[in-house]
Design a protein around this ligand. Sequence first.
Ligand code: HEM
Length: 263
Amino acid sequence: MFYNNPFAELATVIPAYVMQYFVVAMVLLIVVGVALDMLHKKNVVYFFRNAQKAKKSAKEELSTGKKTAVILKTVAHDIATTSELGMGKRRLAHVLGMYGTILFWIGSAVLIFKYSNGAQAPSLVPIIWHVGAIMTCIGGYWFWFFLRVDVSAEAHPWYRIITADLFVLALLACATFGLAWSYTQSSGMTGLSYLFLVLFILANLVLFGGVYWSKFAHMFYKPGAAIQKNLAEADGSRDNLPPPADAPEQFGLGIKREQPKHY
Ligand code: HEM
C-alpha cells in the first residue's frame, strides 16, 4: 500500500486534469474562506491597529536585521514546533498532526500534478503521502479522544460534537478515507475502493469548503500573532502590557497538585 499512487490508478477513470482542477478549486476555497473570515471577524484590522498602537510605545526602533532575526527565530521555534502548547502531549499531538497534514498535502500535490498522467512516481512520494496521512491520524485521534479540552477538562464524552470540531473531524476524515481508499485499491477491493474515494472527496469538500466556519484559518493567524508578539517584546512595546514582575515565580505548592485544566 505504501508504494501505491492511488491517483495514478484513478487517472484511468478520471482524467488527470480534472484532479488538478479539483486541487486548484480547493486552494481557491481556502483563499475565499479565509478572506470572508477576516472580513467577518475584522481580526486583521484589529491586529494592525493594535500593532500600530503598540509601536507608539516602543522603546527601541528595530533595524531590519533585528526584525528579520526575530521573525526567523519565531518561525523556527514558536511556529515550527507550536511552542505555545508547552512541553506536553498536546504539543506532540499537534506537531504530529501539523507535519502529517503538510506531508499529506505536499504528497497529494506532487502525485496529482506530476505523476497521475502515466509517469511512474519514485516510491518516496507515495510513502510521504501515506506517512503524512498516518501521522495526521495519530495526532488527530489522540487529540480527539483524549486531549480535547471538552473531553480532558470538561468531562464531556468523546462523541459529543460541536461546530468547533468541524476542522479536526474533516481533517481526520480526509486522512482516514484517503488511507482506506489507497488500501482497498491496492488490495483489489474495487467496489469498496470507490466507496472510500467518494468519502475522501466529500471529506475534502467539507474541509476546504468549511474554512469560513471552522478553525482552519488558525494555521495562518497563529503564526502572524506569534511574530507580532515577539516583535512587540523585542522593541519593548509589549503590546502595551506591563512587564513581568521583578520577583521570583512563587505560586505555592498547590500549583503542583493538579494540572491546570479548568478553563
Ligand atoms: C498545517 C498546519 C496545521 C494544522 C493541520 C493544524 C491542526 C490543528 C488541529 C486539528 C487542531 C485542533 C483544533 C480543535 O481545537 O478542534 C489545532 C489546534 C491548535 N493549533 Fe494548529 N494546525 C496547524 C498549524 C498551526 C500553527 C502554525 C500553530 C501555531 C503557530 C498552531 C497552533 C494551534 C493551537 C495553539 C491549537 C490549540 C490546541 C489545543 O487546544 O490543544 N497550529 N491545530
